[in-house]
Structure formats: structure tokens, C-alpha cells
Ligand binder design. Sequence first.
Ligand SMILES: [Fe+2]
Ligand SMILES: [Fe+2]
Length: 234
Amino acid sequence: MPWGSLAAAKIPANFAMRAAGVWTRMAYFEYRAAVGITMAIDALLAARAPVDLVAVGSRFIQDELSHAELCARVAAELGGAAPMAFPSRMVAIPPQRLRPIMRAADLVTRVFCLGEAFSLPMAHAAAKKKAPPLVAAVLRRIAKDESEHGSFGWIFLDWAADQFSDEDRAYLSGLVKDALGAYRDLIAEQIPSDEGTLGWMTAEEFRHHAEMTLENDLIAPLAARGLYASSQTI
Ligand SMILES: [Fe+2]
Ligand SMILES: [Fe+2]
């Protein structure tokens, strides 16, 4: 990684401050992914999921923490992390009433099928943008690691499929509906701007890639597993 190259570049102070804010939030999202995956791994072990599958997933925690470090170092080169509120609970705990397999399904669906499966194509799209060498190298590294994370949730759902009742599927479909609604809100909130970016997508690019990702990488595999009804209003 060409560390130091961004700090040495002559970036206007206002833009550097804005960019530091974006990279601080990116570091937080990576950190939150590490928390979510840790919780999912814990639930998978309690549900006695195949140990080889859990072993693969557990390696992702280290990936996410290293992504958080990379993003934080980029923010540092831009002048330092921006202040942000740090929530006491980053990832919701599944309801206690659920049996172990459904607690695992709740977390894996939210963290992987709705989270990581969304991040993967978005990370690849971001990595294709023209950016200064350090930003490009960090984005490429993140996109490369995310490739494995994106498919993990579907492997779990296929393994667990015959343990789900109709009621279980209805519960998971409810999670799916809420998360897709939140993504639609996020897309609608994008405000077009002609300001430059430093490794993140413009509002138009975000909308374009997010809509494609929702259709192809979330809704299609969820529908194939009976967790999305086409009549569902998102
Ligand atoms: Fe990541
Ligand atoms: Fe990831």
C-alpha cells in the first residue's frame, strides 16, 4: 500500500475534511461488519452448523477488522477521523424465543444475505472508479476479500433449508422485507451533487449500482429460497 501518498497530495482542506468523514464512516461500517460476523459465528456454533462452514466464516472477522484499520488509516492521511456517535449496540440481537438454528438464521440472513451480499457488488463497483493510488489500493484489497463473504449466507441457508418451518420462513421473509425497505429509503435519500469523490460513489452511481445489486444479488437468491414474495412491497 502506498502509505503517505495521500497525506503528501495537495488536497483542498474542505474536501479533505469531507473525505475524512466518509472514510471514518467506512471504517465504522467495516468495524460493525466484524461485530455482526462475530455474533453470527457464535450463533452458528450454538446451532451446531457444519464446523468447516463456521471455520471459513470466522476468518472473515479478521478481514473486516483489517478493512476497518485500512479505512481508518486513509482517514488519518486526510487529516484525522471525523467525530461520530458510536452506538452501544451495533447489531440487533435475535429474539430469545427463537431456537438456536433460527437465531443463527436471523443473524446470517441480516449480516450476510442482506449485508455482505450487498457490500460485495458495491465494493467491486467502487474499486473500478478512478482514484489516487492509496485509495485505489485500499478499495481493491477490500473488494478482493469481500468476494468470499458475499456467498457465505446462501451456503448456510441451503444447508439449513430442511430445518425451516413455514413459520420460520415467514419470520425470515419479515427480516428481508424490512431490510429491503431500508435500502430503498437509502437509495431515495441520495442527493445528487457535482462535487468530486475520493473513493466513494456519486449519488447517481450509488443509485444505479444499488438498484442492480438489490435485484440481482439479494432479491433473486432470496426469492429462489422462498424468502421473498414478488408481491412484496419494498
Ligand atoms: Fe469489509
Ligand atoms: Fe465483508
